[in-house]
Design a protein around this ligand. Structure first.
Ligand SMILES: *Cc1c(COP(=O)(O)O)cnc(C)c1O
Length: 420
């Protein structure tokens, strides 16, 4: 029996990626330059080429950044988020989604997710917004005597960051309608969603004011570390470009190049250092050119898992859409029909050499947020229910049939042995 460990994630790196990096190493120019610029153009073209009407409604600006976290921070900064503002974030996400709000001294208001999809619940988003608009704290819970306790951040609801969990697109029509009503800035956390389409073919990440994709080592395409912020709003794009590079205004530089020396520049804000170097830009171009192949590989793995798990009473399949990125395969355990916990299930998979993960540990249960906003797990019950049942299985392109079947057999074997 093959007992070699199967990792939870593994980047798909081939000769094209090796050649791209070597080309840059030999070029004499390592930091941001022509490669990253080309990566930005090709990234925007990826959507333009394949979307029909989309490309006509205004140029898509793509800004390469050194992480999705940087991109989210730039988007919040460009939106003018600051002290006294509140940004609405799902409780079921990675900490990066919320921490960028705290960087700017604004407050985070969590919103619970819809069961099944684990996506920000638009109705709960609206309820939280209504409370904030009335000057009430963001959260409420029922006391033991049935009375309503109000607590959590108060302030001006400025923005929302919906997360396309696992690549499954949020209900963006509902979210954007609410955003219009409450004059909310919307930044899509599309870290999992390259590439994901809604049922009608529109691309996730291109529907809010800004969308941010991640190229972290475990994501659908990778530059090791990196990300891309996209927007159709040119003033937002300009502000993000300036703040990405120390607050240096290139357009000023361009205007003065005729009269001033090439060393001249102007600092218009205390910006950040969030640019993506050419070494990584070149890697990104190679990954981008095989993005659809990688997607097909993830889909093929998901199909095999779905087929094998669909008839098992103690397993439920992850929610999926018409054409989502399938970044994760978050299998849900039917704990009612199992004699072991999710944690024990994970131990048993790991004993069989299967690398797994959990997405996500709800953010409101983390010490920082729990203490800051006096939260208890029951405040966002759907996030906690999803967490206690979830196991993310390996779904990386390049898994061979033997590895896929080993994962499948291990899951089914444990499920059968401990089903009640
Ligand atoms: C990975 C991830 C991020 C952050 O991406 P980085 O590129 O590592 O900064 C943000 N949000 C979600 C939901 C993620 O999974």
């Amino acid at each position: 029996m093959d007992t070699e460990k199967i990792p939870f994630a593994r980047p798909f790196i081939g000769e094209a990626e090796e050649a791209a990096v070597l080309r840059v190493l030999r070029s004499g120019w390592l930091t941001t330059g022509s490669e990253t610029l080309a990566f930005e153009k090709e990234f925007a073209a990826f959507f333009g080429e394949q979307a029909s009407a989309e490309s006509e409604s205004g140029r898509l600006h793509a800004l390469a950044v050194n992480s999705a976290t940087s991109g989210l921070h730039l988007a919040m900064e460009a939106a003018g988020v600051g002290p006294g503002d509140v940004v609405l974030v799902p409780s079921f996400t990675f900490t990066a989604t919320a921490e960028v709000v705290r960087y700017l001294s604004a407050d985070v208001a969590f919103v619970d997710v819809t069961p099944g999809t684990c996506l920000m619940d638009p109705q709960k988003l609206e309820e939280t917004l209504l409370r904030l608009k009335q000057g009430l704290p963001a959260y409420e819970r029922r006391g033991e005597d049935g009375s309503i306790q109000r607590f959590g951040p108060k302030g001006n609801p400025k923005a929302a960051i919906p997360v396309h969990y696992g690549g499954l697109p949020c209900d963006m029509d509902a979210i954007m309608e609410i955003a219009r009503k409450f004059e909310l800035f919307v930044c899509e956390d599309a870290a999992h969603a390259f590439p994901s389409r809604l049922e009608d073919g529109r691309w996730a990440g291109l529907l809010g004011d800004v969308g941010v994709f991640s190229f972290y080592a475990t994501k659908t395409i990778t530059t090791g570390e990196g990300g891309m912020a996209v927007t159709r709003n040119s003033s937002l794009s300009q502000r993000m470009a300036i703040m990405r590079s120390h607050g240096i205004d290139r357009s000023v530089w361009n205007r003065y190049t005729d009269t001033k020396a090439s060393w001249y520049y102007e600092v218009v804000a205390a910006g950040y250092k969030y640019n993506l170097p050419d070494i990584l830009g070149a890697l990104g171009r190679a990954q981008l050119s095989r993005a659809m192949d990688l997607l097909e590989m993830r889909r093929a793995i998901a199909r095999i898992y779905d087929d094998n798990f669909k008839d098992c009473a103690c397993l439920s399949l992850p929610a999926t859409g018409a054409a989502d990125a399938r970044h994760l395969y978050p299998l849900k355990l039917g704990l009612e029909n199992l004699s072991i916990s999710r944690d024990r299930f994970i131990d048993l998979l790991q004993e069989r050499g299967i690398g797994v993960s959990v997405h996500f540990i709800p953010l409101h249960t983390m010490p920082y947020y729990r203490e800051k906003y006096s939260l208890v797990p029951g405040d966002f019950p759907e996030s906690c229910k999803a967490f206690t049942r979830s196991i993310s299985l390996p779904i990386w392109p390049g898994m061979d049939n033997n590895q896929i079947m080993r994962v499948t057999a291990a899951v089914l074997g444990i499920a059968r042995e401990y089903s009640t």
